[in-house]
Design a protein around this ligand. Structure first.
Ligand code: FAD
Length: 286
C-alpha cells in the first residue's frame, strides 16, 4: 500500500525522508514549520499523520499522556524469514494473559505476540532492549514454539513492539493544524485502523476541496463526518482481547469451545436460509 501511495503522489507531492518537525508556529495566514534537518518552511496547512506517538500532536496539542490510553495489552511482531506453513491458517498458542501466534503474510511466516500487562514502567516505544526484556520476562515459562520465537526476538533488529492504545482527543484541529489516522483516533490493533486512516484522508481531501478558501469549516466537516466512523470502533478492544488473549485458563477453554461451535452455528444459519420459503420478487405475478 505504501508503494501504491508513493507512486500515486510522486508527481504532485514533495517527500522528505529521514526528517521530523521540531516546532510549529501558526498565525492567521499560515504555519511556520521547523525541521530537524531541512530548512524551516511555511505552509498553508499541516496534517499530522504521524501515528500513535505523533510528534505533530505533541507540538500542537500537548503531551502524549493526555490523549493516549494504554488498553492493558502489548503487541510484538517479528518476521520469521521462512515460508508460512499454510497460505491461510493462523496458528495461535495461548497461556493465561498471553498469546503467541504465527501468521502467513504474502507466503512468509510472521510471529505476533500479544500479552496483558497493566503498563510497563517507563515504557519507551523505541527502546528495543526494553522490548526484548519485556518479552523474555513475560513468556519465559511458555512452551510450544515460544522458546524459539524468543530466541529470534532476542537476535533481531526487526522487532516491532508497542502498547495497544486508544487515542482520544476532543478536537482534531487547531487553526491550520489537523490530525489524521492513528494520531487523531487510534482504535488500537483491533479496529481497522489502516482502513479508517485511508477513509479519513479521503474525507479530509474532499472537504478541503469543497471549500479551499475556508479551511476552518472544511476541517470541522472532516472531523464531524469521520468521527461517525471512528468513534464506534474505539470500544472493540475488550471483546477482541477476551477472544484472542483470554486472561484465565477457564477463559481459554471457553473460547476454544465457542470457536469449535462457530462453524456449526454458521452452517445452521445457512441451512435455515436455504430451507426458508422464498418470497416472490416485488411486482412478480402470483
Ligand atoms: C499488530 C498490528 C496489526 C494491525 N492490523 C491491522 C489490520 O489488519 N487492519 C487495519 O486496518 N489496521 C490494522 N492495524 C492498525 C494500523 O496499523 C494503524 O491503525 C495504521 O497503521 C494507522 O495509520 P497511520 O498512517 O495513521 O499511522 P502509522 O501507520 O503509524 O504511520 C505513521 C508514519 O509516520 C511516521 N512518523 C512517526 N513520527 C514521525 C515524525 N516525527 N516525523 C516524520 N514521520 C514520522 C512513521 O514512521 C510512520 O511511517 C494493526 C496495528 C497493529 C499494531
Amino acid at each position: 500500500m505504501a508503494r501504491i501511495l508513493m507512486e500515486a503522489s510522486s508527481d504532485s507531492a514533495e517527500i522528505l525522508f529521514g526528517d521530523t518537525i521540531t516546532a510549529l508556529h501558526q498565525d492567521a495566514h499560515g504555519v511556520d514549520v521547523t525541521f530537524e534537518k531541512a530548512a524551516p518552511r511555511r505552509f498553508d496547512l499541516v496534517v499530522g499523520a504521524d501515528g500513535l506517538h505523533s510528534t505533530t500532536r505533541r507540538l500542537a496539542f500537548g503531551p502524549e499522556e493526555r490523549f493516549v490510553e494504554h488498553m492493558g495489552l502489548y503487541v510484538a511482531t517479528l518476521p520469521l524469514n521462512a515460508p508460512a506453513d499454510s497460505p491461510t491458517d493462523v496458528v495461535i498458542h495461548n497461556a493465561p494473559g498471553r498469546m503467541a501466534s504465527i501468521h502467513p503474510v504474502h507466503g512468509q511466516a510472521l510471529a505476533a505476540l500479544i500479552f496483558r500487562h497493566p503498563g510497563i514502567p517507563d515504557f519507551r516505544p523505541r527502546d528495543l532492549d526494553q522490548h526484548k526484556e519485556a518479552l523474555a520476562d513475560t513468556y519465559r515459562d511458555d512452551g510450544w514454539r515460544v522458546p524459539e520465537l524468543l530466541d529470534r526476538a532476542r537476535a533481531t533488529d526487526d522487532l516491532w513492539f508497542d502498547s495497544v492504545s486508544r487515542v482520544r482527543i476532543d478536537r482534531w484541529s487547531d487553526g491550520r493544524i489537523t490530525l489524521l489516522g492513528d494520531a487523531a483516533s487510534s482504535v488500537s490493533l483491533f479496529g481497522d485502523g489502516s482502513t479508517l486512516a485511508m477513509a479519513g484522508a479521503r474525507t479530509l481531501a474532499d472537504e478541503l476541496a469543497a471549500t479551499p478558501t475556508d479551511h476552518r469549516s472544511a476541517l470541522a466537516r472532516y472531523e464531524a463526518r469521520h468521527r461517525t466512523l471512528v468513534d464506534p470502533r474505539q470500544n472493540n478492544v475488550a471483546s477482541a482481547a477476551a477472544l484472542m488473549v483470554p486472561a484465565t485458563s477457564a477463559g481459554i477453554a471457553l473460547r476454544n469451545t465457542a470457536s469449535r461451535l462457530w462453524p456449526l452455528a454458521a452452517a445452521g444459519t445457512r441451512l435455515r436460509r436455504a430451507m426458508a420459503p422464498r418470497k416472490p420478487p416485488l411486482g412478480a405475478a402470483r
